[in-house]
Design a protein around this ligand. Structure first.
Ligand code: DHB
Ligand code: FE
Length: 291
């Protein structure tokens, strides 16, 4: 990697990755038919009334002042201007939505998707290498395992979509200067449901600090870190898709992930690869029949 592409990448601005995340989300919602039919009138009335009441209760109980009310108003306007609604919602709310959505699953645990998924990444064989730059910095990581059903049947041809940050904590298509599909790929499991592909170990991720979310984090005295993680979507016809993230032992932010997305079942156990190059790790995915 040249010095100039390094500088382009690290000079990424919150407004830039936020605007990309907002645009990507809008595109996917439009492709799925927009909002039509998603929430009926009775449910919208119930949920919106309850949310508004919860906020009013806080104002009364905690005697919120006009200064605080105006600070909130200015901040909410800034969240929109910075395009940071996807980041805000995925960090502070999505984990509960995911918990509710997948509570009935008996197979592998999942976790939040986050704002940086892009569908239709390049398809690769079960033992391929994820798209990366020449000399991509970072420890090589071989990831192997099997996709199977809860009844133990291997799922031949299952799709294992992987996306993750690079060795500096940046995602392609959301930070400038990275090739379009860098560290994004769709591996197709072999006839035994197996995969054994190569990537690099990602760095911990810091949510952008120069936008509205960063402003809240600073004012409230929080930190902006997510532990290093690999994002996955695992799918096979007739089974519920799993959206997951996997984490590395020893990361200082496994215990205080700002997005509350770490679970004990999602911890990897990497070892030195006997081939002398980097690390190897095994992890299987177990899918529930379509619900
Ligand atoms: C955010 C970023 C991530 O990489 C992730 O997995 C979840 C949330 C964020 O910036 O909002
Ligand atoms: Fe992420």
């Amino acid at each position: 990697m040249s010095d100039t592409s390094f500088q382009t990448e690290v000079s990424a601005k919150a407004a830039e990755s936020g605007a990309n995340a907002s645009a990507q989300f809008a595109e996917r919602m439009a492709a799925a038919g927009g909002r039509r039919g998603a929430v009926d009138t009775a449910r919208a009335d119930y949920l919106a009334s309850k949310a508004i009441k919860a906020l009013n209760d806080i104002v009364i109980e905690d005697k919120v002042s006009y200064e605080e009310y105006n600070a909130l108003k200015a901040w909410l306007i800034k969240v929109g201007n910075d395009g940071e609604w996807p980041l805000f919602l995925d960090v502070w709310l999505e984990h509960s939505v995911e918990e509710v959505a997948n509570a009935h699953h008996e197979g592998s645990k999942g976790t939040i998707e986050g704002p940086y998924y892009i569908p239709d990444s390049p398809e690769l064989p079960w033992n391929g290498t994820i798209p990366m730059r020449d000399g991509e910095p970072g420890t090589p990581l071989v990831f192997k395992g099997q996709v199977r059903a809860v009844d133990g049947r291997p799922l031949s041809g299952a799709k294992v979509e992987l996306w993750h940050a690079d060795n500096l904590g940046f995602y392609s298509q959301f930070a400038p200067g990275l090739p379009e599909w860098n560290l994004r790929g769709t591996f197709i499991a072999n006839e035994d449901g197996e995969y054994e592909f190569t990537t690099i170990r990602p760095a911990p991720y810091m949510i952008p600090t120069d936008g509205a979310c960063g402003q809240l984090i600073e004012v409230a005295g929080w930190h902006a870190w997510r532990p290093a993680h690999l994002h996955f979507k695992i799918s096979a016809p007739g089974y519920d898709l799993i959206t997951s993230q996997l984490y590395f032992p020893g990361d200082p932010h496994n215990e205080d992930d700002i997005a509350s997305a770490v679970k004990p079942e999602l911890m990897l156990d990497p070892h030195d690869n006997p081939n002398g190059e980097g690390e190897i790790v095994e992890y299987d995915f177990v899918l529930d029949p379509e619900s």
